[in-house]
Design a protein around this ligand. Structure first.
Ligand code: ADP
Ligand code: MG
Length: 677
């Protein structure tokens, strides 16, 4: 039997079972063997009945004191009872609807039972334990039991049996990782890893096996992505030459952080390489990504190239314009703003400046993508907060230039591993240093009973001259919209009659004006939906109140919190939630205790899976069988390094010894529409 043998050749697999397996995508013996457990249960502890803990299942070595008795309760409800004893006492075991037990359990015979022992000496019970004969080799008791993702009609236990059967009978293919690589990264052999992942004798050996299999998976993934990247690198990009950044740094109103300098240098190295840059700058809210982008714009302009900066909303585009225009002007460069609300004449002037090459930078929303926008000499395309854009949009924009350099700014923040994978074909720079003087935002979780105190606190902030955000969950329905509107009215009339309360929601036409007025200090309190979530900068705002906080994801809350604490003032974020669910509460409380965006994103990833971030399927990435995106960073780095080394030696993977690797990559990316020639 080989990896390719059909599952029907396994013991007990007929058409019905094969259909169930097909639902999980399992067609061959190899598929089964590579169906790695999603968890393990430690069933190694053997206890005496009298010592069994009440809250944890354990193994009991006991003798059946009599024959199992079947009891028919009613239709669809059968019981089977048997008394078992060990040297410390007895226990009544009940099986519900497991009629096979009657014949499976012999009288006066020693078995190992695994389950929870309830009650105390007088009346101990066990319900539906799994069991096997003491002489059995230990597949479901006295061992570490794998837990498999399964499907209706096919339990983890049954799946485990099939997998073990396949393992025993299949002739494993040669190790897909070359010896040299296994030695360099101290990786276990293929055969050991597959055997151990399904039948781990200990957690130590399991760790060794997992490490090897995760590495393998990430290695092939990285190699595939890397091959894609190399293919792109065969195309020429806008040719630029190096410049001394001193004039740019001197024009900044502050000294750049070390991280900003480093990231600008990394991007600049791409831009002078002769190949198109494809770089993601990832940095927590407030880390100063705009400056890094401006550095690239400046470099492009020094080389006679124009840049475009796309923001997800008009508010953000305007805000970028307001910071970047004066900075660039100081450097002798013209910056224009192109949004959907421009009057015809204004629009014409902007388009002309672009077509003639007078403008070094155009900032806008997706309006930038319309057909009538032409550049004289486009060289750099930047998208801010890219998660709001589809990949398609990014590509359309990229196509506007002659393969321009592409820079993506993101504060999502995506966990490192996910960033590396999703943007595997992108280079990643991380801004891991906040500008000096930033204080963490003190965050609190309160319920309705504290509302008056909260309003009192908001009043104090405004009295001190600060401004306040009140965010309500953004919902499309008109009813909720009315809620925001009504809420703003109530706050204005009944709570803060002497303060200027403004309202901002997604359906409003003049969002930019409202936001600009708030930023300029013309209102004190802004009631809004999540339109403010991304990037908006109001350094004077010191309090962020989030209503119905339970309705937000943690990363989203982090984005919201990032709207305050941008100036020098002590800042606060208050989550209001009356949600009773203890898990929700714990989640929000965890959020209150950290300001670390990456930690929060990783928590989010664990809770909701990677799909919520970008939808990895959309990126055509293969699904991972074993690598855990929330962890495994070190290993991913090693795997990437190994893949890079391999491709540096044999870029087209055409050497005979790399044939297997090439095949693996092709299979892996079969569904992504990519081709490796
Ligand atoms: P984000 O990474 O969230 O886009 P921004 O680029 O909007 O961050 O920067 C956040 C704030 O920090 C802005 O007000 C900006 O002027 C300020 N800032 C950026 N870099 C520095 C720095 N090196 N020193 C001081 N302030 C800075
Ligand atoms: Mg920003």
């Amino acid at each position: 039997m080989t990896f390719d043998t059909d599952v029907r050749s396994l013991r007990g697999v007929g058409d019905a079972r094969a259909r169930q397996l097909e639902k999980l995508g399992l067609r061959t013996a190899g598929d089964l063997i590579q169906w790695y457990p999603r968890a393990y249960e430690d069933r190694r502890q053997i206890c005496l009945l009298k010592d069994a803990p009440a809250d944890m299942p354990v193994c009991i070595r006991a003798v059946t004191a009599g024959a199992p008795k079947a009891v028919h309760i009613r239709r669809g409800m059968d019981l089977c009872k048997v008394r078992i004893v060990d040297e410390s006492g007895g226990c009544e075991v009940t099986f519900f609807n497991q009629s096979y037990v009657r014949n499976a359990l012999k009288e006066n015979h020693t078995y190992i039972f695994f389950g929870r022992v309830e009650g105390s000496a007088g009346r101990r019970t066990m319900t539906n334990p799994v069991f096997e004969e003491e002489s059995a080799s230990g597949q479901v008791t006295r061992c570490i039991v794998p837990v498999y993702r399964c499907t209706a009609g096919l339990s983890s236990l049954q799946l485990g049996r099939l997998i073990r059967d396949a393992l025993d009978r299949v002739q494993l293919p040669p190790d897909p990782l070359p010896d040299r690589l296994r030695q360099k990264y101290r990786l276990a052999h293929n055969g050991f890893a597959l055997e151990t992942i399904h039948r781990p004798p200990s957690y130590e050996e399991l760790a060794t096996a997992r490490r090897r299999l995760i590495f393998e998976e990430l290695f092939f993934l990285s190699a595939g992505l890397s091959a894609l990247k190399r293919r792109r690198v065969l195309l020429p990009g806008p040719k630029m030459t190096e410049r001394d950044f001193a004039p740019f740094y001197d024009a900044l109103p502050f000294a750049p952080t070390g991280a900003q300098r480093r990231v600008i240098e990394q991007a600049a190295a791409d831009m002078v390489s002769g190949y198109p840059m494809n770089r993601l700058i990832q940095g927590d809210v407030g880390s100063g990504k705009t400056v890094a982008a401006a550095g690239c714009v400046w470099l492009a302009a020094q080389n006679g190239f124009q840049s475009a900066l796309m923001a997800p909303t008009e508010i953000l585009a305007r805000q970028h314009y307001e910071t970047l225009a004066p900075l660039l002007e100081k450097l002798g460069l013209r910056c224009v703003l192109l949004t959907g609300t421009l009057r015809a004449g204004e629009r014409r002037a902007v388009l002309e400046a672009l077509a003639l090459g007078d403008a070094a930078l155009v900032i806008g929303t997706h309006a930038l993508l319309t057909a009538d926008v032409t550049f004289r000499n486009p060289g750099l395309v930047i998208t801010d907060e890219q998660h709001r854009f589809g990949v398609a949009q990014r590509n359309t924009l990229a196509e506007k230039g002659v393969r321009p350099h592409v820079l993506v700014l993101s504060a999502t923040p995506i966990p490192r591993t996910l960033a590396l994978l999703l943007y595997g074909e992108l280079d990643v720079s991380i801004l891991d240093e906040l500008p000096p003087g930033r204080k963490p935002v003190a965050t609190y979780l309160v319920n309705e009973s504290k509302r008056q105190r909260l309003y009192g606190f908001a009043e104090k902030q405004m009295e001190a001259g600060r401004q306040v955000f009140v965010v309500c969950p953004a919902v499309e329905e008109s009813e909720d919209l009315k809620n925001v509107t009504d809420y703003a009215k109530t706050l204005q009339k009944q709570v803060f009659p002497h303060r200027r309360v403004a309202l901002l929601h997604g359906k409003m036409k003049d969002k930019g004006a409202v936001m600009a007025a708030f930023a300029a200090g013309e209102s004190d309190l802004l009631v809004c939906t999540t339109v403010v979530e991304v990037g908006v900068d109001v350094p004077n705002a010191s309090l962020m109140i989030v209503e119905n906080a339970e309705r937000f994801g943690l990363s989203q809350l982090h984005q919201l919190r990032g709207r305050v604490g941008r100036g020098t003032h002590e800042s606060y974020c208050v989550l209001v939630s009356d949600h009773g669910n203890p898990e929700t509460k714990a989640r929000l409380q965890a959020f209150c205790s950290t300001n670390d965006g990456f930690a929060i994103a990783e928590e989010d990833l664990k809770l909701r899976g990677p799909g919520d971030f970008f939808g990895s399927r959309q990126h055509g990435l293969p699904e991972l069988r074993i690598a855990d995106l929330a962890g495994d960073v070190r290993l991913l780095q090693e795997a990437r390094e190994a893949a890079e080394d391999l491709l540096a030696e044999d870029p087209t993977l055409s050497r005979p010894e790399n044939r297997h690797t090439k095949e693996r990559i092709e299979t892996l990316f079969r569904d992504s529409g990519e081709r490796f020639n």
